[in-house]
Design a protein around this ligand. Sequence first.
Ligand SMILES: [Zn+2]
Ligand SMILES: [Zn+2]
Length: 135
Amino acid sequence: MEQRLRESGLKATRQRVAILRCLEQAGGEALTAEELFEQLNPTTGVDRSTVYRCLEALENHHLVERMEHRGGACYCIAGKNHRHLLMCVRCHKTVPIHSCPLHAMEESIGKDTGFVMLSHTLEMTGICPDCAAKK
Ligand SMILES: [Zn+2]
Ligand SMILES: [Zn+2]
């Protein structure tokens, strides 16, 4: 983890390492800054603004991916496997979607507009089987 930080040109601070570990342990689930703060504060004493600052730095260096959800942001480890999340609108559980249909589209949009395409976000929502069963 420390090495990954250094390779991307970031100093491997204790807080950054802790955040990356936390996200990795979430196993592909995206966490909000608030959830990270709640998990890390008891063990590391990190404060909210540090969590936000770290996330920003990690995002700028493409170590974490930020996803928008209803005006809020959540984060997950940026993997080699580009993917998106499907989120349940009732319990906010997230499920990773491993295929992305947008890469081909990005390429042709890039050609048409002359843009160097960097990234995209895709927000998908639904109602998970658990919530659907509860009614
Ligand atoms: Zn649900
Ligand atoms: Zn995609």
